[in-house]
Ligand binder design. Structure first.
Ligand SMILES: Nc1ncnc2c1ncn2[C@@H]1O[C@H](COP(=O)(O)OP(=O)(O)OP(=O)(O)O)[C@@H](O)[C@H]1O
Length: 260
């Protein structure tokens, strides 16, 4: 197996600008297959923009990337291999959960009997079976979130991008979600997990990348990120996060003298 085969994601100088704003700034990163990658960063750091580029929903301004070995410039090649749970899951209020998931399975060309079985078992796992034939418009935020997650992993993609998967979930459902992510990773699915809930990342991630002001400022396994190189002592993931994403004082940001 050569290097490319073990990589789920590879980016090279990926950049996205919106007018004057540089949302993602020369991002170069790799994610091995079968890992849970905790993708962290403060509000506005560029996480969603990165995930939108990797899922082919937004074109980079410059730079390149590959997901599951396919170039992100080629949407048709990438899409079959990925699943995406965005902040607002794309689901139709007028459908029932089962109809929505059957529709999603149909878009993915999953054989009907196989998809019916997977849908049933995921609905059961997330305690949604009793409501599966009710319209989504009557669902709570957490129930919608569950449908969104099931939809993102139903076709067993090579890479699933999950943006705040535990958002709106009660403690039991949040635990089910964490267990499901761990199970999927055991079955070699690569999960990009973006969340502000650091204990979830600490529990699940094999590798963590921290993005700040569009740039990758730290990457490593959780233990390495938490250990303080100088003293060898261990700090919490929260402390490590706060340290690598500290605001850079304006005076240190540029060495250029300000014009008078
Ligand atoms: N469509 C857009 N038009 C203009 N600016 C945008 C657009 N999308 C994102 N941005 C800007 O790009 C930067 C990165 O935003 P992004 O949504 O990627 O951050 P994030 O890390 O996902 O933040 P959060 O944790 O708050 O969800 C921000 O400054 C944001 O205002």
């Amino acid at each position: 197996m050569d290097g490319a085969d073990v990589l789920a994601i590879r980016t090279d100088e990926l950049t996205k600008r919106y007018g004057e704003t540089t949302a993602v700034d020369g991002l170069t990163m790799t994610v091995d297959r079968g890992t849970v990658y905790g993708f962290l960063g403060p509000n506005g750091a560029g996480k969603t923009t990165t995930m939108r580029m990797l899922t082919t929903l937004t074109r980079p301004t410059s730079g390149t990337g590959r997901v599951a070995g396919e170039p992100i410039a080629d949407r048709e090649a990438v899409t079959p291999h990925i699943g995406y749970l965005p902040e607002e899951p794309p689901i139709y209020d007028e459908l029932t959960a089962r109809e929505q998931l059957e529709y999603a399975a149909g878009l993915r060309d999953l054989p009907e009997d196989e998809s019916a079985e997977r849908i049933g078992s995921l609905l059961e796992r997330f305690d949604l079976l009793a409501d599966a034939d009710r319209r989504i418009e009557g669902y709570s935020k957490g129930m919608r979130q569950k449908v969104g997650v099931i939809q993102a992993v139903l076709h067993e993609p090579v890479v699933a991008f999950l943006d705040e998967p535990t958002s709106g979930l009660d403690p039991r459902a949040a635990r089910t979600m964490r267990e499901t992510i761990a199970d999927l990773a055991d079955r070699e699915m690569t999960i990009v997990l973006s969340t502000h809930i650091l204990p979830v990342v600490d529990e699940l991630a094999d590798e963590i990348g921290v993005i700040h002001e569009g740039e990758l400022v730290a990457q490593g396994d959780p233990e390495t990120l938490k250990s303080r190189a100088e003293t060898g002592e261990t700090r919490s993931l929260e402390d490590a996060f706060l340290e690598v994403t500290r605001e850079t004082p304006a005076t240190e940001r540029s060495t250029e003298p300000r014009p008078e």
